[in-house]
Design a protein around this ligand. Structure first.
Ligand code: GUN
Length: 292
């Protein structure tokens, strides 16, 4: 079994981005600028956004963090989005999800100008991605594809089982894996809460992408020998062994599954760091105007 080291690969990609930013600045170009809107104080969202800001600093981007309390009204967020859409200094921006229940995530995402939607969540970007047109591809699916690519894991003709059908991970990654592309051409099965024979399907899989948000869902008896396992889960569970009082758990029962598979991503240190570098890459593409 080989561990897929997302920390190492993401560090390499950050160096590549930093070098490109340096060249842009040396040539007198504008410093890429990513803005993030964060509503409320959800622990997970706070951590993700802090990592995103730190990563921007590392590669030499400018970043802005715009915070609102939980009780912000939708109209105020929409007004800020309109402002960011029209701010020539901002190359791309994200609205960290989830949002409080009284705010429509759909409405918020649709308000973002697709050419600044570096999360790739806007229906225009999702639609363009689905038919293979240039688009911002959402960060976690893009990060997963990069890991497969950089570990030379050939997925062409392989059976890939995706667990979960979320708009952020399951659905887009399933589309990308089946596309006629460099990392693509897989036969994809998408499993979800209504899938009847999930264990049988997993046992037939050459690659499993676990993205359902259920800690330790995938157990050793659900994978065949030699499977490639990508764990997208990042659920915070209580722990008396850590200072913070919680630890991150993936969707894979690591010790059991690692014994059988050929490659596996750890949690933390697998997909998570890749998500952040994919966001940086999209921001760089936005700054260079390479998608639109
Ligand atoms: N919440 C969980 N993942 C993401 C992400 O990739 N982007 C945003 N904006 N919110 C998230």
């Amino acid at each position: 079994m080989e561990l897929i080291d997302g920390k190492k690969i993401s560090a390499e990609i950050k160096e590549e981005i930093a070098l490109e930013v340096k060249k842009i600045k040396q040539a007198g170009g504008k410093t890429p600028h990513l803005a993030a809107i964060l509503v409320g104080h959800d622990g997970g969202s706070e951590t993700y956004v802090a990592h995103k800001v730190k990563a921007c600093e590392f590669v030499g981007f400018e970043s802005s963090l715009i915070r609102y309390e939980d009780d912000v009204i939708e109209a105020e967020l929409l007004a800020k989005i309109d402002e960011l859409n029209n701010d020539v200094q901002i190359d791309g921006f994200i609205v960290q999800l989830p949002l409080p229940k009284h705010i429509s995530e759909e409405k918020i995402i649709e308000a973002i100008n697709p050419d600044k939607d570096v999360d790739g969540f806007h229906p225009v970007n999702v639609g363009r991605m689905s038919i293979g047109l240039p688009s911002f591809v959402s960060a976690t699916p893009a990060g997963i594809l990069q890991l497969l690519k950089r570990y030379n894991i050939d997925i062409s003709g392989k059976h890939c089982v995706v667990l979960g059908r979320s708009n952020i991970v399951g659905r887009p990654v399933s589309i990308l894996l089946s596309q006629k592309a460099d990392v693509g051409n897989a036969t994809v099965t998408v499993c979800h809460s209504r899938t009847a024979n999930l264990k049988e399907l997993c046992l037939q899989a050459d690659i499993i992408i676990a993205a359902l948000g259920v800690p330790e869902f995938l157990t050793g008896d659900m994978v065949k020998e030699g499977t490639v396992v990508i764990d997208v889960g990042t659920t915070r569970v209580k722990s008396d062994k850590t200072k913070s009082g919680w630890k991150l758990k993936g969707d894979v029962k690591f010790d059991e599954v690692a014994e059988k598979c050929s490659y596996i991503t750890p949690v933390p240190g697998g997909v998570g760091p890749m998500t952040i570098v994919s966001l940086l890459k999209n921001t760089l593409l936005a700054a260079k105007g390479e998608i639109y």
